[in-house]
Structures are given as structure tokens and as C-alpha cells.
Design a protein around this ligand. Structure first.
Ligand SMILES: Nc1nc2c(c(=O)[nH]1)N[C@H]1C(S)=C(S)[C@@H](COP(=O)(O)O)O[C@H]1N2
Ligand SMILES: [Mo]
Length: 198
């Protein structure tokens, strides 16, 4: 029934595939709505809310330390892709560039096209999170979120905002697009935090 697009994970990979997930062949694209056209020359990334407002250009991001990442990717619609290879800027390196009010406990990820998703500061500040501009040694394709997306490997991939262009720091939990439409507020795949009980 899973046909040629999905495989059951082999036993050695099983401990890397969360419950209820299947391995995808290839790298599916999952977008709600249109893929926005985003030009690197006019690209801007802003921080606001409980942080000193600041705007970054593409050059500003390229001047930050650049790191390679290999991470597994889990979509709540039940496909997973292991060992995705990316390059970009670690969230913890980016955070050196901004001043955040200690009252900030949560944030909203904002994107070109209007998509939003929320995340706690604790989940956002993890060492393995990064802003990605390169996928398997090629510029990140626009359907996968190019020129720049966030990747949060330890949560379902709807938290990995494509075409990201801003972070709004908050003193409380707020809900993003899918979270307002029934998805779990946190989305941890090993706990199968798929949908909200409310
Ligand atoms: N801006 C934006 N980011 C997004 C989405 C979206 O629709 N818009 N979809 C999310 C979902 S549900 C998933 S599974 C991943 C899919 O990333 P991919 O298309 O690169 O596989 O992007 C996430 N980030
Ligand atoms: Mo998804």
C-alpha cells in the first residue's frame, strides 16, 4: 500500500525513525499555499518584540560563521528523511548578533508569504538548530525554502520555517499558522505530539 514512494525502515534505522513515521524516498516538498519569490539582493531578516529591533541583509548572514549540518527531518504527515545535508548559520551563532530581553520565553517565526510557527526559547536555542541556505551542496531550492530557512531537527518539520524573514520574541506562548489550526503547540516526534487536544 505504501507503494514505491515509502519504505518501511530497516531494523538498524528503526531507532532513528519516530513512531508512526515512514522513510520517504527523495525529499518531498510540503508547502501550504504558493512558493514566494525571494530575491537575495533585497532579502531582509528582522528581529523585534522583546529584542532590540535589528535588520540583517544577506551579506550580514554570510559574514557569520558558516557550518555544515546533517540532520533527520520528520514531517507530521508521516514521512521522514534521514541524513539531510545542509549548510548555514547556527542559531546559537546568530544569537550573538542580537540583544534579547530576559523576559522573552517564546518566539514566533515569520516568513515571506505569511506563514508563521511558534517555538519556545528553550527549543529554539538548541545547539543543533540552524538557518540553512545550502542543501546537499547546492543553493537551497526555492520550493525547499530558499534562499533561507530555519531547521529545527528535534521537532516536526512544520517548525522548520521556509523563506524565514523574522523572529518575534514574546513573553508568552502564542500560536502560529498550523498551531491555530489544530497542530500541537510543541510537536516533538518521539512523543508523537501531532495534534492539539483542544
Ligand atoms: N513558510 C513555510 N514554511 C514551512 C511550510 C510552509 O508551508 N510554509 N511547511 C512546513 C512543513 S508542514 C514541512 S513538513 C516542511 C517541509 O519542508 P520541505 O518542503 O523542504 O520538505 O516545511 C515547513 N515549513
Ligand atoms: Mo509537514
Amino acid at each position: 500500500m505504501l507503494g514505491k514512494f515509502f519504505q518501511k525502515p530497516s531494523s538498524e534505522l528503526k531507532d532513528r525513525v519516530p513512531p508512526g513515521q515512514h522513510l520517504a524516498s527523495g525529499f518531498p516538498v510540503l508547502t501550504y499555499g504558493q512558493t514566494p519569490t525571494v530575491d537575495i539582493d533585497t532579502w531582509e531578516f528582522k528581529v523585534w518584540g522583546l529584542a532590540t529591533p535589528k535588520t540583517f541583509t544577506w551579506e550580514d548572514f554570510m559574514a557569520m560563521p558558516q557550518t555544515e549540518f546533517t540532520a533527520d527531518f520528520h514531517c507530521v504527515t508521516t514521512w521522514s528523511k534521514l541524513d539531510v545535508k545542509w549548510r548555514g548559520v547556527k542559531v546559537t551563532d546568530f544569537m550573538q548578533q542580537i540583544e534579547v530581553n530576559p523576559k522573552a520565553v517564546h518566539l514566533m517565526e515569520h516568513c515571506y508569504g505569511g506563514y508563521t510557527t511558534n517555538i519556545s526559547m528553550e527549543d529554539f536555542l538548541r545547539e543543533e538548530n540552524f538557518f540553512a541556505h545550502t542543501l546537499f551542496d547546492e543553493p537551497l531550492p526555492s520550493d525547499h525554502g530558499g534562499p533561507m530557512r530555519l531547521v529545527v531537527p528535534h521537532l516536526y518539520a512544520w517548525k522548520s520555517a521556509k523563506w524565514i524573514n523574522g523572529l518575534e520574541f514574546l513573553d508568552r506562548t502564542d500560536l502560529g499558522f498550523w498551531e491555530r489550526n489544530g497542530y500541537h503547540h510543541r510537536g516533538e516526534p518521539w512523543a508523537e505530539e501531532r495534534y492539539s487536544s483542544r
